[in-house]
Design a protein around this ligand. Structure first.
Ligand SMILES: *Cc1c(COP(=O)(O)O)cnc(C)c1O
Length: 365
């Protein structure tokens, strides 16, 4: 039987000063500043997983012939570590990230990392770098973002699944997504370019999907929009999701509608968690095909008074308007009651301010 990975600390770990960490926590620079350490493990065909450890954050040893640089055999995850009022540190549904990571690995022909090992890597890193997990702060939303990823790490230009693979978890402190209060965003409706297609990799969390969405994202920003809403690649009429967030609409009669999972939509853990808490808030969760024109007409008529995007990074992002070609479609209640209630409910569970009745939190230390 395979041994589970321990991710023991290397014996040469070095540490930032309390002063430096306090400074980075004061104004977190998400994705720019990384915590002192990283979890690492390697996989080799025939041998399986090994070389697991928590080591100092450092460059990876990848040669120019490394397969990941050429063929994008890569997957990743994103989750956060939260500090509760009593000082304890917790992860939110890390087993769900581990399960999705295994699905992504399978789609990208990467080796499966057992869920237990995935969770343990995240727990161990958050434990070693617990000093880097901020207090929630004034906005009540500061946390430590963890980024697990797996890459083909073999010098080989032949097109074949790698026989050597690297798994790592790195971390970066993150503040409230909206500084100075939640503000609704403007969204560009993308009817032509797709981020993925049926039979493709849309359901896998892989870098390639993001690369395919960047050109639309540039256009969105040039037109004063924060993000892009993608529709399906076949009929160009069914809403899928944003570049990195799932999509939801609140109907005036209390339905919470989100596009059903069709294989081209990422299985968001925030999405699923919101669908699960919806009945507690008196909402009826509905997963179905949602047409872009039906949605925009519903926003115009008031049938959908609130619409929002959701994902780990921003939790819930209210949408204020859509830019569809040259048409501007304005949402009636952009920071509406339901949207803000859902947002508050999730954050309260994550930060231990509401009871975790579903056993979603895993204690780190
Ligand atoms: C990660 C991701 C999401 C959100 O998933 P969460 O598990 O809620 O963070 C949505 N869409 C895409 C394309 C993603 O990569």
């Amino acid at each position: 039987m395979a041994m589970s990975l321990r991710f023991a600390s290397a014996d040469d770990l070095t540490w930032s000063s309390d002063e430096r960490i306090a400074l980075e926590h004061a104004t977190p620079r998400f994705g720019e500043v990384f915590i002192d350490h990283m979890a690492l493990a390697t996989w080799q065909a025939g041998d399986g997983w090994g070389d697991d450890a928590v080591v100092n954050y450092r460059g990876l040893d990848i040669n120019p012939g490394g397969a990941v640089l050429h063929y994008a055999q890569e997957i990743f995850e994103g989750l956060k570590a939260y500090r509760h009022a009593d000082g304890s540190v917790w992860l939110f549904r890390p087993d769900q990230n581990g399960e999705r990571f295994a699905l992504s690995a399978e789609r990208l022909a990467l080796p499966k990392l057992p869920i237990e090992d995935f969770v343990n890597a995240c727990v161990r890193l958050a434990e070693v770098d617990a000093r880097w997990v901020p207090d929630p702060g004034e906005d009540g939303e500061k946390s430590l973002y963890l980024r697990p990823f797996m890459i083909a790490n073999q010098d080989f230009l032949g097109v074949a699944p790698a026989t050597r693979v690297l798994f790592s978890v790195i971390g970066s402190p993150v503040g409230a997504y909206f500084v100075g209060g939640v503000k609704p965003v403007r969204i560009l409706v993308e009817r032509q370019q797709a981020r993925t297609a049926p039979g493709g990799t849309g359901e896998a969390k892989c870098g390639g999907n993001y690369a395919a969405s960047l050109r639309s994202q540039i256009e969105a920003q040039a037109r004063g929009c924060a993000q892009v809403l993608f529709v399906d690649a076949v009929e160009h009429r069914w809403i899928e999701e944003l570049g990195g967030m799932n999509f939801m609409a609140v109907s005036k009669d209390g339905q919470l509608i989100t596009p059903e999972l069709t294989g081209t939509i990422l299985r968001g853990i925030t999405r699923r968690s919101i669908l699960e808490v919806a009945p507690d808030l008196g909402l009826e969760p509905v997963e179905r095909k949602l047409g872009i024109d039906e949605m925009l007409d519903g926003v115009r008529s008031g049938e959908f008074p609130e619409v929002f995007a959701c994902g780990t990074a921003a939790v819930v992002t209210p949408i204020g308007s859509f830019l569809d070609g040259d048409d501007e479609v304005t949402v009636a209640e952009p920071t509406g009651k339901t949207t803000m209630e859902i947002r508050r409910r999730l954050l309260d569970i994550q930060f231990g301010r509401a009871e975790d009745t579903r056993g979603w939190l895993k204690r780190v230390c």
